[in-house]
Design a protein around this ligand. Structure first.
Ligand SMILES: Cc1cc2nc3c(=O)[nH]c(=O)nc-3n(C[C@H](O)[C@H](O)[C@H](O)COP(=O)(O)OP(=O)(O)OC[C@H]3O[C@@H](n4cnc5c(N)ncnc54)[C@H](O)[C@@H]3O)c2cc1C
Length: 392
């Protein structure tokens, strides 16, 4: 048997093999700007004004953060990005980045767009999954009521029926076209409603293989127990559980709401606890790999290495269909490219959509990354190292 390839996330030659010298220098400039909290605040303020006051800063956003983190304004515009990723054996999770819509017509449009993406993906080699947000196909207010198990009005009952029908159509299209469907996790005060729907879809569509994937946010202290309950549900209803563990993107909002409304925060006491549970859920998936398909959606090198090295230790083939890794497009190429080179199933989460519609996503990325000790400085250090290696 061939020895397992050694995985080294510090190998910047592989990490940036997809970038020309010019692209590398541009990325260096952008990450330097984003590494500066003052500049990040200016960019996020401009973005919020564009969103709320319809001011014309589209050009500034499109030429900078949008280009870094998004595939294009239309599906067609993403094709060159997809082709480039494919050259390096990297897949994509296509995400229709439009959020926060509130009308029936918009929910229908989002559903139709998601089905359109599934059909588009089925004709491409490197799109194993698409991602969806339940808030894209129904109102936040309905999800809050469902979550609270409140009595629904006749009108809300109709809305709920429509929501379930829309998600069912999307999952049916995914199953038919052999594309996986990720259902993103959002705020904790709507998450039970999202999970109830996800379980219903998994019971129906995951009988042969994992089509629908639930998302446990491991920054919540109850998600390891949730993942264990999910496995029991899969055993009881005889389906393959799809899990896409993330750490979670709404931490500040969660803590603030809990404090304001005076209830115990659902968030872990500290980062170590989040990391501990993230790694624990990865091991749990490995131990139950006959019944769980997992996509480790993380930029954390330690967690990514844990999964890759455990797979090697257990002689699980790197391209086993129950194991995927994923990073957001524009971030952590050192993980993506090095894992892909070693033969693992790796994907980039690639949002697309009109600039103004993906602004909330871009603001989350900027805020997630602005801390000096955070991800951006790691990205910047690696780019610096590669610039030096290339003698630029
Ligand atoms: C493919 C993909 C899909 C995603 N889908 C979703 C989704 O559906 N829902 C969602 O919410 N997010 C989603 N995300 C975003 C994800 O939650 C963030 O990218 C992630 O939180 C960043 O963490 P990390 O695992 O990359 O690693 P790290 O950089 O190691 O961790 C940072 C994270 O740790 C947690 N953390 C930081 N400080 C503390 C603290 N003091 N106490 C407790 N926890 C702390 C926070 O979650 C923070 O974001 C997705 C990401 C990817 C790559």
């Amino acid at each position: 048997m061939e020895p397992s390839p050694k995985i080294d996330f510090n190998d910047t030659e592989i990490a940036f093999s997809g970038k020309s010298n010019k692209e590398l220098k541009w990325e260096h400039w952008l990450f330097k700007v984003m590494n500066n909290p003052v500049m990040t605040n200016i960019l996020t303020t401009l973005a919020s004004w564009t969103l709320n006051l319809h001011l014309p800063f589209k050009w500034a956003i499109k030429g900078t953060v949008y280009q870094q983190f998004c595939g294009g304004e239309t599906l067609k515009e993403t094709i060159p990005v997809l082709n480039k990723l494919e050259q390096f054996h990297i897949g994509a999770i296509i995400d229709y980045g439009v959020e926060g819509k509130e009308s029936e017509a918009e929910f229908e449009r989002t559903k139709n767009e998601l089905i359109h993406i599934i059909q588009f993906a089925s004709g491409k080699k490197n799109i194993p999954f698409i991602s969806s947000k339940v808030t894209g196909v129904t109102s936040f207010a309905l999800l809050e009521k469902l979550n609270a198990k409140a009595t629904l009005t006749a009108e809300e009952e109709k809305e709920k029926t429509k929501l379930y029908a829309r998600m069912d159509q999307i999952a049916a299209a995914a199953a038919q076209n052999h594309i996986g469907l990720f259902i993103d996790a959002e705020e904790s005060w709507i998450q039970d409603a999202v999970d109830d729907l996800t379980f219903e879809l998994m019971r129906k569509y995951n009988q042969q293989k994992a089509v629908v994937f639930a998302t446990p946010q491991m920054y919540r202290h109850d998600r390891l127990a949730f993942s264990k309950r999910a496995l029991e549900d899969a055993k009881q209803h005889n389906y393959i559980l799809g899990l896409k563990p993330v750490r979670g993107a709404y931490m500040d909002k969660e803590r603030k709401r809990a404090e304001e409304m005076n209830y115990p925060s659902p968030i872990q006491p500290d980062k170590n606890a989040t990391d501990r549970d993230y790694d624990a859920v990865i091991l749990f998936c490995l131990e139950n790999m006959d019944r769980i398909a997992v996509c480790a959606a993380t930029h954390n090198e330690k967690s990514s290495l844990l999964l890759a090295s455990e797979m090697q230790k257990r002689n699980i083939p790197a391209n086993h269909p129950h194991f995927y890794f994923s990073q957001l497009y524009g971030m952590s190429d050192q993980i993506t490219y090095n894992l892909a080179k070693a033969g693992f199933n790796v994907t980039k989460y690639l949002p697309y959509g009109p600039v103004k519609d993906v602004i909330p996503y871009l603001i989350r990325r900027a805020q997630e990354n602005k801390s000096v000790s955070g991800q951006m400085s790691r990205e910047l250090n690696l780019i610096d190292k590669e610039i030096k290696r290339r003698g630029l």
